[in-house]
Design a protein around this ligand. Structure first.
Ligand code: C5P
Length: 224
């Protein structure tokens, strides 16, 4: 049984990898399974929130009671998030968004060349969805923005500087190497007061703890 600490709240979550097309049958993606983001969406719903999950390609079932919109590319994820941002109280960016997209993607399947010439891919930087949403936070502090970081070294130092750089009140760092695809994780929460470690547990258990931490923080800003 989960207390309904987010009853009446609307929560938007991004999850999974993105897929950046090279041609109609090929693309660039990453090893995100979507498990952490789906666990966060499930935990938010268990806590009574109305949850919208914007997901890159994953093999996961939609959590009970959660509305899901599927996207492929970072640009599509960005557009879907901005289209649904109105009225959201919390935005939790869990997706592993590709930093770059292929600008010269081909409409036709690329063919192997007889002379062995290889395709030359050109890249452009994708929009930072989290930073874009954070820049739109209203004076009351909504949507309350939460980011994830998967740094492998010096997490404590990177965590607090990344939180500031993104302009968000709460950043979740994954400790433990290669949590992609795993069922367990260890996380650190960075906020303006410092950092707190949530010890190793299942992604669902950590997601529930994270939702409880978020609900405490938004209860505080709601009182301001
Ligand atoms: O800068 P970095 O990619 O490490 O930041 C990770 C955080 O930012 C995650 O919360 C991720 O979902 C979000 N992000 C985003 N859009 C991007 C890149 C990252 O929303 N283009």
């Amino acid at each position: 049984f989960q207390p309904k600490v987010l009853a009446g709240r609307r929560v938007l979550v991004t999850a999974g990898p993105t897929f950046e097309a090279i041609d109609p049958v090929r693309g660039i993606t990453n090893l995100s399974s979507g498990k952490m983001g789906y666990a966060v969406a499930r935990a938010a719903r268990e806590a009574g929130a109305e949850v919208l999950l914007i997901s890159g390609p994953t093999a996961l079932a939609t959590p009970f009671g959660v509305r899901r919109i599927d996207v492929q590319s970072a640009q599509q994820m960005h557009d879907a998030v901005l289209d649904h941002l109105d009225g959201q109280h919390v935005f939790i960016a869990v997706a592993a968004v590709a930093d770059w997209r292929v600008v010269n993607a081909s409409d036709q399947k690329l063919k192997k060349q007889a002379d062995g010439a290889v395709p030359e891919l050109q890249f452009a930087q994708n929009p930072d969805i989290l930073a874009t949403v954070a820049a739109r936070t209203n004076l009351a502090g909504f949507p309350y923005c939460v980011g994830f970081a998967a740094e492998s070294e010096n997490l404590v130092q990177f965590g607090s500087s990344k939180r500031e750089k993104k302009g968000i009140p709460l950043l979740v760092g994954n400790i433990g190497h290669n949590t992609f695809g795993q069922d367990d994780n260890t996380i650190i929460l960075f906020d303006e007061d410092g950092h707190t470690v949530l010890p190793r547990a299942s992604k669902l258990e950590l997601a529930r703890q994270l939702i409880s931490e978020i609900s405490k923080r938004i209860a505080k800003i709601s009182l301001l």
